[in-house]
Ligand binder design. Sequence first.
Ligand SMILES: [Zn+2]
Length: 345
Amino acid sequence: MQALVLEKVGKLSLRDIEIEESLGPRDVKIKIHTVGICGSDVHYFQNGRIGPFVVKAPMVLGHEASGAILEAGPEVKHLKAGDRVCMEPGIPDPNSKATRLGMYNLDPAVRFWATPPVHGCLRETVIHPADFTFKLPENVSFGEGAMVEPLAIGMHAATKAAIQPGDLAVVLGAGTIGAVTALAALAGGCSRIVITDVKQAKLDLVSGLGPILPVNVTRGNVADVVREMTDGWGADIVFECSGSEKAITKVFELLRPGGRVVLVGMPGELPKFDVVAAQTKEARIETIFRYAHVYDRALTLMGSGKIDLKPFITDTFAFADSIQAFDWAVNMPETSVKGQIEMPE
Ligand SMILES: [Zn+2]
């Protein structure tokens, strides 16, 4: 089948590739419709590795996908041919210790699309476990369906934050993940969000989507803003989505006593971490890695209209232009958020 293949660092090709997949009794075969371009795809394209994961052989990119069912295995009850769906890209071992404890995202044996050596989904069809395939509500488009993957990260962060109704949250970083975390936190009960970034266009977009106050950190000080809003008490929750060392080092400045910090962004360098600042507020610190058990909830929120991801889909490319789409993504304009690739009908 035709696929977008990362041959090696910096070299993509659109070509035929043979992928061995057979339809098991609990699997579905899906015709891919839309695939989002993720920062990790671009990172593999440019650097050939992310941490311990190294591209050693040609690999199909893409993990944010939606499509339509072509065929369902005989034991699949909740899906049938023609259903519009999106898919969780990580498939754990159902019998692993992590999976049995409910943390299947942490299963060391998880097979995740476009994480070497596993092929991604920028191709005509995939075979996928039905248990990790979710029907789209009627009012959710294929494009929005392919946005559920990044939203799932925000949903998992909001879940880990144990939001109480009315909480004030700060979100550091207004890229795709920061923006969807802000929406998930509002849907989860936060009364308002303060969001920061250095790029004004990102702040302009997200601040129009709810009670979200933008702070451009090149011009303003977010700690002052939070102090003023809370009479010096601090925010109930801080979601660190920037991965910036500077932001991580000062994260506790923003927090109220007994507040919660959720570390979402992945810093490139080992950041300084102010232990005493955390201790004097008895800060609770949570971390997340991908997500678990949130796809169905994300889709319910999108179906009910509580979360609208359409404003984030800023650029759409045809599959035939996939290579140009990746060149675009490497130097993505500030006004763009998510680029997606649509497969031919
Ligand atoms: Zn992604």
